[in-house]
Design a protein around this ligand. Sequence first.
Ligand SMILES: Cc1cc2nc3c(=O)[nH]c(=O)nc-3n(C[C@H](O)[C@H](O)[C@H](O)COP(=O)(O)OP(=O)(O)OC[C@H]3O[C@@H](n4cnc5c(N)ncnc54)[C@H](O)[C@@H]3O)c2cc1C
Length: 228
Amino acid sequence: MVQSFQIKLIKQEKLTHDVFKYTFSSSTEVEFQPGQFLTFMIEKEGERKPRSYSIFDYDKENKGVVFLIKIILGGFAGSVFEKMKIGQEFNVKGPLGHFTFAPDLSPEHWFIGCGCGLAPLYNIVANNVEKFSEKKFVLLFSVKKKEDLILHKELQELEKKYSNFIYLPTLTREEWDGKTGRVQKHLPKNLKEKTFYICGIKELVVSVKDLLLEEGVAPEKVKFERYS
Ligand SMILES: Cc1cc2nc3c(=O)[nH]c(=O)nc-3n(C[C@H](O)[C@H](O)[C@H](O)COP(=O)(O)OP(=O)(O)OC[C@H]3O[C@@H](n4cnc5c(N)ncnc54)[C@H](O)[C@@H]3O)c2cc1C
């Protein structure tokens, strides 16, 4: 059953110029599958609107639910998060969603996304890469510029730790010593033999999903979550 409960901000950390890692303590223990999200009821000037956020991590000791949130300037939720202080409370419901890991026979699982679409992809990879050591996990992730890379060092560390994990960041608006251009440019060969998890803004999700289906990848091997 979907639960409704209260969460309270206990920690905030700035990860990039517009992405924050927020930890909320929760009035109840949250059992979730990596990839699921909570829906916040955001209140502003007498108006209430639901906004969903993928669970990035769970801190069992503090019953802390962790999110990666990009502040959209002028956005309804963005303008609330921008001014948020430790102790601020929200009513939420969840965990919700079916964008969860369902290992199949594919030897390679590709996780493709942009922006805060990283949150569920990271969570799924971090929770499964060791358990499914016979499979290759590849995270192909785009942001505009180097300054937009989220948890870049942590992902490089994860790549060093697990020989079956490959991290492929790509920049769409800046040259650097790594990959550049849209994620579509860096898709692997033999697409039909792989399974894909795609998450982020509509433009990326729809275009990558359509491309994979046109190339003959079976629909059950293309899982996706749209943020917009
Ligand atoms: C299942 C699900 C999980 C999600 N998880 C996360 C998450 O973990 N982290 C996270 O940051 N967001 C996540 N989102 C997106 C989030 O729910 C909001 O849509 C987002 O925070 C913008 O809300 P807002 O009220 O500030 O902007 P709005 O007032 O809704 O929009 C303001 C303007 O910004 C544009 N806009 C909206 N989102 C984006 C975007 N991502 N990039 C650029 N422009 C945008 C809109 O088109 C609009 O023009 C998720 C969405 C879904 C459906």
